[in-house]
Design a protein around this ligand. Structure first.
Ligand code: ZN
Length: 129
């Protein structure tokens, strides 16, 4: 999938968001090292810290399916007006680091702007064992 297709798939995944508290729908698409595709969405909880980001949902689902290498994560916040409000949080960046994510695709709102980054750009000097 090219970046446009990944962004559209992430936007579609965001439609499955469970976000009654923030009304901030986020979707994510993971592309595994062998081309596997796994989607996720943010899942909120009345006990807010029990909520899960879309990227974490998708990556952890992929890992639970046996995927150990993730090449790309695409994330879309369809309720964010600006792509600057669509970037992954620090926790998700660390989760991406565990599976050596190479690139991130970020889009927001109507998907008209699509940005691409390496994980190295977004999480330099990252923690690993
Ligand atoms: Zn996050």
């Amino acid at each position: 999938m090219n970046n446009q297709e990944l962004a559209e798939a992430a936007r579609a995944a965001a439609e499955h968001s469970y976000s009654p508290y923030s009304n901030f729908r986020v979707g994510a698409v993971v592309v595994g090292g062998n081309g596997e595709i796994v989607t996720g969405a943010n899942v909120e909880n009345a006990a807010y810290p029990s909520s899960n980001c879309a990227e974490a949902t998708a990556i952890n689902t992929a890992a639970a399916q046996g995927i150990r290498k993730i090449e790309t994560v695409a994330v879309a916040c369809i309720d964010a007006d600006d792509v600057e409000g669509a970037y992954s949080c620090g926790r998700c960046r660390q989760i991406m680091s565990e599976f050596d994510v190479e690139r991130l695709i970020v889009t927001a709102g109507d998907g008209s702007e699509i940005r691409e980054h390496t994980l190295e750009e977004l999480l330099p000097h990252r923690f690993s064992l």
